[in-house]
Design a binder for this molecule. Sequence first.
Ligand code: F6R
Length: 243
Amino acid sequence: MKIIKVKDYNELSEAAAQFVLERVKQNPKLVLGLATGGTPEGMYKRLVDDHRTAGTSYKNVTTFNLDEYAGLKRTDESSYYAYMRHHLFDHIDVPEENIHLPNGEKEDLQAECSEYEQLIKEAGNIDLQVLGIGGNGHIGFNEPGTSFDSLTHVVTLEESTRKANARFFPSDAEVPTHALTMGIETIMRAKEIVMLISGESKAETAAQLFSGEANENFPASVLNNHPNTTVIIDEAALTKMKK
Ligand code: F6R
């Protein structure tokens, strides 16, 4: 794991945007894995600004998001589809048909997961996957205890995850109980991974990530086994590092 240390959230967002832009410029047909949540918002803002001012094109980029809530309509403001439209897709030139998120509206969610996995395979797997990290070490919605062999699947969200995400919903009760997520094996097949970690609330989590061995009780620790992962982390998230 390579580590890029930055000062604060602004620098993290800038470094993450530059990281993605470099890959898009090197390979205009990049297959780009994307995350939602609070952490990548600043990165998306910079990608949008760059598209407006420098004109970097996403016409031939294909995107796959990590996850989506089950039972929410795509048009629901709290869906990850809506998040992605709002923060990125509505403001760049990526064609609609190149955009992929698991569809939580489908009746047969298992079939949707298998189809999603197949689509990623057909695209030749993900070239660069952007990841955040949950306080409990989750990646995508792979909660502690998820098998490292997992493919795209339906999950029951932990209460801590529902609580952490309640800020994106009108009320706590409206946070869905289930979601669809790329599995850990799906994520690990990405040729390159960049993980963003920001803020004091993630300091314990970061310390655990860097403390070593891959362990299914802390899903992000699997990245210790990935050959090409970079973590971009700010000073606040580094405060609990074991010396
Ligand atoms: C989002 C996702 C999650 C988040 C994680 C951190 O697509 O897959 O794993 O990356 O929950 O969320 P924030 O950035 O809000 O702390």
